[in-house]
Design a protein around this ligand. Structure first.
Ligand SMILES: Cc1cc2nc3c(=O)[nH]c(=O)nc-3n(C[C@H](O)[C@H](O)[C@H](O)COP(=O)(O)OP(=O)(O)OC[C@H]3O[C@@H](n4cnc5c(N)ncnc54)[C@H](O)[C@@H]3O)c2cc1C
Length: 396
């Protein structure tokens, strides 16, 4: 409830709000709570503790204009540490950057799954904890009060590396109101963040179908190589399940951009003008003869956006080769936001009104032979089935 006698703060409109949580972290009265909507995304809700000071609108990145930067330098990079790279999504470069900060007594902030596979931003102070930040998790991470904690670490004069989606990095800067010397930021190239609510239901659905509790997940497992990503789940009893990412139920939704945050479909960060000191993504379109063995293990696309970013990378034992901006922008995440698919509305209507198993069957399970077709198949056996499939194909 908002105090009726005071004017309501005009935060970013719903279709533009990235959920960065700068407003909730920055509110001096803690009057803004991030609450899930019917699609399962967190949005700011202003309570009646609001005194209409206007700070939240002042620090909302969506309502402000960021000064453009000059074009970044582009590199293809990878971590020579094979183990760290195997557990990372592309070249494992984030881990190298993070190790450097931890060795100097600093703090690394990034997204990690908790025991119930809920994704939130956490702070890590020891190398042994770094594994929890490794790897891209295809769900929107909850910021919680992490910006305030970053501010606290900076006040203690500690080095901080903050990594996240570009909207989260921008949100942190607007919350801080400055670019502190001790803060290094790494934004990820991002094709959009999926709904935490949908992810939560997906975890429950996997548990229901497999009759055991998922304990860990790798959204882009490289066990079969970087170019054949697998969606892998490890269960509490130690058993595991793995499927090619885009043949898994969750991956099918991802590949159709079915459950992304509305603001992702008009994202202002899908360009080479980035908020972070450095940006990391996947370098997909390298020439075939460019270190083919390394490409099998994953190569990161690195953009150096600031002098601080350049300095941080000069210090690292990283394998890197200069590439062109033209090659970089072949990555769609640097060019344009992904369109909302037509079926998005139907998906979320079903999600809001029906049990998740209905959502799953209607949108995520692979298309089966229709009931009619399967009835026709029975008398003729396999040859009849082959004939039916041929005819169906011919009709398309
Ligand atoms: C939701 C999402 C969408 C992405 N989309 C693209 C894309 O379209 N094109 C592309 O080239 N690259 C994309 N990436 C980035 C890419 O997959 C790698 O994360 C990046 O290249 C860094 O790889 P790495 O091997 O150096 O380190 P990794 O170890 O793979 O990266 C880990 C870092 O990512 C952070 N992180 C992981 N999940 C999240 C999350 N959900 N929210 C915020 N931070 C997170 C961790 O905190 C850590 O800092 C995406 C990443 C995410 C999280």
């Amino acid at each position: 409830m908002i105090n009726e006698s005071l004017p309501k703060p005009q935060l970013a409109p719903r279709d533009k709000c990235t959920g960065c949580s700068a407003c909730a972290n920055g509110c001096p009265k803690r009057a803004i709570h991030m609450l899930p909507d019917r699609e399962g995304f967190l949005y700011p809700t202003v309570t009646d503790a609001c005194v209409a000071c206007g700070h939240c609108t002042h620090i909302c990145p969506v309502l402000k204009h960021r000064e453009p930067r000059s074009a970044p330098a582009v590199f293809a990079v990878w971590n020579p540490d094979e183990a760290a790279r195997r557990d990372s999504t592309s070249g494992g470069v984030f881990s190298l950057l993070a190790e450097g900060i931890l060795e100097s007594g600093g703090v690394v902030v990034g997204a990690a799954m908790d025991d119930s596979l809920h994704l939130r931003h956490i702070a890590v102070e020891k190398k042994e904890q770094l594994h929890s930040l490794r790897g891209a998790k295809y769900v929107q991470s909850e910021i919680g009060d992490i910006y305030r904690r970053v501010q606290m670490y900076l006040a203690e004069n500690r080095q901080v590396l903050f990594s996240g989606t570009p909207c989260q990095v921008d949100g942190l800067y607007y919350f801080l109101g400055e670019h502190p010397e001790n803060l290094l930021t790494c934004d990820l190239l991002c094709g959009g963040v999926p709904s935490p609510g949908v992810w939560e239901h997906m975890v429950d659905s996997i548990a229901y179908i497999k009759k055991k509790q998922p304990a860990a997940v790798n959204f882009r497992d490289k066990a079969y190589g970087w170019k054949e990503p697998h969606f892998s789940v490890t269960f509490a009893d130690g058993s595991a399940f793995s499927a090619p990412l885009f043949k898994s139920e969750y991956g099918r939704g991802l590949s159709r951009s079915l459950f992304l945050r509305p603001a992702c479909h008009s994202c202002q960060y899908t360009s080479t003008d980035r908020p972070g000191d450095v940006s990391l993504g996947d370098f997909w379109n390298l020439p075939k003869d460019f270190h083919p063995e390394e490409q099998k293990k994953g190569i990161s696309l690195l953009l150096i956006n600031t002098e601080k970013g350049a300095h941080a990378f000069d210090m690292l034992p990283v394998k890197k080769e200069r590439r062109t901006l033209e090659e970089a922008v072949a990555n769609p995440a640097l060019r344009l936001p992904v369109d909302a698919p037509q079926e998005r509305t139907a998906f979320f209507c079903t999600y809001a009104q029906q049990p998740f198993q209905t959502v799953r069957n209607r949108f995520l399970v692979p298309p089966q032979l229709s009931y009619q077709m399967s009835k026709q198949v029975r008398p003729g056996g396999k040859s009849r089935l082959a004939e039916l499939l041929r005819r169906k194909k011919g009709k398309k």
